[in-house]
Design a protein around this ligand. Structure first.
Ligand SMILES: NC(=O)c1ccc[n+]([C@@H]2O[C@H](COP(=O)([O-])OP(=O)(O)OC[C@H]3O[C@@H](n4cnc5c(N)ncnc54)[C@H](OP(=O)(O)O)[C@@H]3O)[C@@H](O)[C@H]2O)c1
Length: 283
């Protein structure tokens, strides 16, 4: 990608990784166009293909975040990719999930990986991140009343920093030929139990944070009661079930392979974000 002439389209541009990808590209002198329903450079709605063409105009590389909080999205992604070909897109980096190829058939994670890889008109890279560390600092897994409540059965996960995901994505967009047809399983440097996560948060925040295991279905029903779409339960069951079954993500060297430096540890992430948990105290 010629960074002075081309434009990267960042879907999910207002989201956790997309906003970081676009910031890193812009800081590096690359034109990045964020796209989403709210707060991006262009209005983009997965349910309205009429919004795709303007988003894709003059675009060379795409960071593809599929529509979130849903399990079926192969069709809009196919329509988008066909339009990307027509627009002359040369590379697509897909944000998938750890073990994406082994996702259950009732969610479209594996199907979309296959779909992106099926095009010969553009090169592609697939990113398969583990659970993201930022889940603990945003609304996904908040510490409430000094409790971190997640179903895990004592299983471990090699949580990854969203900044590392973004940095890897940027590298693949800037050097697409180097990363063509590559699949990267992005993790942190160590697998941790949720008990260890709670202890780390307690250490950096000074709060008596404890981990509380909870039944998987109780937790999923609570998420649905709080507004998560009911059919998304299948996705949550896959994500939590893997950890409970002792098949959470295992550390890989893929972040280091792409970036030439080790992945960020949870300890480092927690120290960087300690103020979030300190400010939450009493909420
Ligand atoms: N959380 C984890 O631990 C984890 C781990 C591995 C993989 N993942 C994957 O990461 C993805 C989420 O990425 P993220 O964390 O960077 O984003 P995010 O913070 O979840 O934000 C989602 C982004 O997508 C946009 N979006 C959602 N629905 C849309 C729609 N219908 N049309 C257009 N844009 C839409 C949102 O913007 P608007 O709402 O403004 O449209 C936002 O910019 C998911 O596919 C998830 O499976 C997550």
């Amino acid at each position: 990608m010629n960074k002075h002439q081309q434009t990267a389209l960042i879907l999910g541009g207002s989201g956790r990784t997309g906003s970081l990808v676009s910031k890193q590209l812009i800081d590096g002198g690359v034109q990045a166009r964020t796209a989403s329903r709210h707060g991006s450079d262009v209005h983009f709605e997965w349910d309205d293909p009429g919004t795709y063409e303007i988003a894709l105009k003059g675009v060379d590389g795409v960071y593809l975040v599929p529509p979130t909080m849903r399990v079926r999205y192969v069709e809009p992604v196919a329509t988008f990719l066909d339009m990307a070909v027509a627009a002359g897109v040369a590379h697509v980096t897909l944000l998938s999930a750890y073990n994406g190829d082994r996702a259950p058939q009732n969610v479209d994670v594996a199907a979309v990986e296959v779909q992106v890889a099926s095009y010969r008109e553009f090169t592609h890279t697939i990113l398969r991140p583990a659970w993201v560390m930022q889940n603990f600092t945003d609304e996904h897994l908040p510490v409430l009343d000094n409790l971190l409540v997640v179903p895990s059965g004592g299983g471990a996960e090699a949580f990854v920093d969203a900044l590392d995901i973004a940095e890897v994505a940027v590298e693949t967009i800037l050097s697409p030929d180097k990363h063509a047809s590559a699949t990267y399983s992005l993790t942190g440097p160590q697998a941790m139990t949720f008990d260890e996560v709670a202890r780390t948060i307690a250490t950096v925040s000074g709060r008596p944070v404890k981990y509380l295991d909870i039944g998987e279905e109780t937790w999923i029903n609570g998420a649905i009661a709080a507004g998560v779409p009911a059919d998304y339960a299948d996705m949550l069951r896959w994500l939590t079930g893997s950890i409970i079954a002792g098949q959470g993500s295992k550390p890989t060297s893929d972040v280091e392979t792409v970036l030439g430096r080790p992945a960020t540890s949870f300890d480092e992430f927690a120290r960087r974000n300690a103020a979030v948990w300190t400010e939450q105290e009493g909420q």
